[in-house]
Write a protein that binds this ligand. Sequence first.
Ligand code: WQD
Length: 337
Amino acid sequence: MSILVTGGAGYIGSHTVVELLNNDYEVVIVDDFSNSHPTVLDRIKELTGKDFTFYELNLLDKENLQNVFLENDIEAVIHFAGFKAVGESVSLPLEYYHNNVTGTIVLLEVMKEFNVKNIVFSSSATVYGMDNKAPFTEDMPTSATNPYGYTKVVIEHILEDLAVADNEWSPILLRYFNPIGAHESGRIGEDPNDIPNNLMPYITQVAVQKLEKLSIYGDDYDTPDGTGVRDYIHVVDLAKGHLKALDYSLNHTGAQAVNLGTGEGYSVLDVVHAFEKANDIKIPYEIVKRRPGDIAVGYADPTKAKDLLGWEAKHSLEDMCRTSWKWQKNNPQGYKE
Ligand code: WQD
C-alpha cells in the first residue's frame, strides 16, 4: 500500500516525503514542477537512501492521474499541490481557482473512483481571515482576503461536505501557521521561484547577498514592537504533523480541521534579531508601509493537535533560523545550481 503525495517535490512536500520514507511508508509523488525542481527528488533519495515512484503531472490531467491509481495501490493521499502566492493570486484569480480548486476536485473524483477516502489536506491559517482574534481555534469562522486564501476556504468546505455525504471519508485539514526552517542536513529547503513573498526566504536571500535589504511591512501595528506577529513553525515539525494526521485519517472517519502551529507568536523584528544572533549575520532592513491584507497578530491554539493527533511542535525559533541559513548558505541559487 502506498501514500500518494501531490506536490511532493515542494518545500513542505519534500520534507514530508523524507519523514514518510524514514518511517518505511511506500511513497508515490506527483508534481508538475511549477514551484519545485527535479533536483529535489535526488536530494530526497540521498537523505533517506530510499526510492519512491514519481510522475510528472498536474492534477488537472485526469487520465494520467487515473493511471497513477491504476499502477499503484494507493491507501491515502497527502495533498500539497497548489499555487500559494498571495499577491500573485490577486492578479491571476482564474489560474488560482482552476489550478487549486478544480485540480482538487479532479483528485477527489479519481480517489472516489478507486475507493480511496483518506486524505490529509494542506490548508492554511490564512483561512482565519481578518476578523478572528488570536489564539485561533479550529471552531472559528473561516474567510479570506485574497483568491489564494479563498481556494483554501473552498477546498475545506468541499472536503467537509464530502465527509457529510459519505461517512467513509476521513479528510484531515491541516491549517499551517508560518512554516520556516529546513532539514538539518541543509540539502532541502525553501526555494521560491521569484522574489520571495514570505519573510524567512527574504531574510536568507539578504543574508546570502542576493537581495540588498529587508523591507519590514509596517511598525505601527498594535504589537509589542509595532511589527506583525506570527506563529513560526519548523518545517520538520510540520512534516511530522502530517504523519500523525495520516495515521489518524487511516484509523478514523469524518472531517477534522487541525492547527499546526507552536502557539507562540514572534514579531518580524523578533525573527530578524533571532536570525542575526543564531547565525552571527547582520540583516539590513528598512521600515516601509504596511502590506495590504496583512493581519497584526496571528498564532495558533495548538491544543487540538496535541489532544487529537498526539502532536506538538518541538523546534525553537533558533533552530528555524539556523537551519534556514544552512540551507541558503549551502544552496545560494536554491536547486538551480
Ligand atoms: C510574515 C510577517 C509580514 C515579508 C502567508 C500566507 C500563508 C502562508 C505563509 C503559503 C508579516 C512580514 C513579510 C517581507 C515583512 N502562505 N513581512 N517583509 O503573510 O503571515 O502568511 O505566507 O503557504 O497562507 O498567508 O507570511 O512570511 O509573508 O509574512 O515585513 O518581505 O512578515 O508583514 O507580518 P504571512 P509572510
